[in-house]
Design a protein around this ligand. Structure first.
Ligand code: CP
Ligand code: NVA
Length: 331
């Protein structure tokens, strides 16, 4: 198995709590240097252009001899299927052990990691606590490990989001994105990426559902190219003059028992046509999907001319391909 990688890392300085293995993990956007993040987006854009070449694409056999294990503790369409197609289109193999076998109580996570390490090059894991990913990584020395969503972060989503902003705006630096809703996993990874790439971020969340203070403080410290982050309670203030407006579900996977309380708390944080009217004229609406029409976003917004949500969904594939190539030193 190839053990080289050109994925650089700044985990020592910015994310010691979540990341453990320089260069072979993507547990957090913070596992990339800003330069590696930019390079990943540039590579993804190239892969997107070259996809029409099919089997004649320069990368069609790039990961031949490599296998990817998908270990998912929670449902997924985009992340899971995106990784499957990505790996196959790069010439590699995919295996999907049932989550009860790989992430359940049958054996320790460390033993699962040590077994898989003998067979596969990469594991993409969707689970609950981020600490489970760290535990998995610590048990291996070779395996590349990707966070396919945890309660705390969703770094693969942030790659597709940034590629979408870059496509729509021509560049990311200096743009303003308003995130209205829960300060959750998607918001956290988006914050990391925005600060690293120089995009201003304005968050509006109800009391008690904000991005953690520590995340905002760390974001300010890592901000580049003058990127600013603000957090408040008023969606109109956040959206005013924004280039993009982002929403995610009010109740994330694993929080289903809180759904009623959350619906009450988030009323007033729905993305409506009236709210969007406060943004720039050419504003676009973003959502990681799956979405709940009539809850966090009105149907006429997500299904309307300003919606970029299926560009984001498509870009999951291209960015996950780029990530796999970088992690395996084949970029
Ligand atoms: N946005 C996203 O991660 O979608 P899935 O949950 O379908 O993978
Ligand atoms: N915040 C959502 C994102 C789903 C892609 C969740 O964790 O369920």
């Amino acid at each position: 198995m190839d053990t080289t990688t050109n994925l650089e890392s700044n985990v020592e300085t910015t994310a010691p709590a979540t990341s453990t293995a320089q260069g072979r993990t993507y547990l957090s956007v913070l596992d990339l240097t800003p330069e590696a993040l930019e390079a990943c987006l540039t590579l993804a854009a190239r892969l997107k252009r070259e996809r029409r070449l099919g089997a004649d694409a320069p990368t069609a056999r790039a990961l031949a001899g490599h296998s990817l294990a998908l270990l998912f503790d929670k449902p997924s369409l985009r992340t899971r299927t995106g990784f499957e197609i990505a790996m196959r289109e790069l010439g590699g193999l995919v295996t999907c052990p049932p989550s009860a076998d790989a992430l359940g109580t049958r054996e320790t996570l460390a033993d699962v990691a040590r077994t898989l390490e003998r067979w596969v090059s990469v594991a993409a894991i969707r689970t609950f606590e981020q600490s489970r990913l760290v535990e998995f990584v610590q048990a291996t020395t070779q395996l590349r490990v990707v966070n396919a969503l945890t309660n705390e972060e969703h770094p693969c989503q942030a790659l597709a989001d940034c590629l979408t902003v870059r496509e729509r705006c021509g560049s990311i630096r200096g743009r303003t994105l308003a995130y209205v809703g829960d300060g959750n996993n998607v918001a956290t990874s988006l914050t990391h990426a925005a600060m690293m790439l120089g995009m201003h971020l304005r968050l509006a969340s109800p009391e008690g559902y904000e991005l953690p203070d520590a995340t905002v403080t760390a974001a300010r410290q890592m901000a580049r190219h003058g990127a600013e982050i603000s957090q408040g309670r008023d969606p109109v203030t956040a959206v005013r003059g924004a280039d993009a407006v982002y929403a995610d579900v009010w109740t994330s996977m694993g929080q289903e028992t809180e759904a009623t309380d959350r619906r009450a708390a988030f009323e007033g944080f729905r993305i409506t046509r009236e709210l969007l009217a406060h943004a720039n004229d050419d504003v676009f609406f973003m959502h990681c999907l799956p979405a709940h029409r009539g809850e966090e976003v009105d149907a006429e917004v997500i299904d309307g001319p300003h919606s970029a949500v299926f560009d984001q969904a498509e870009n999951r594939l291209h960015t996950q391909k780029a990530l796999l190539l970088m992690l395996l030193g084949a970029a």
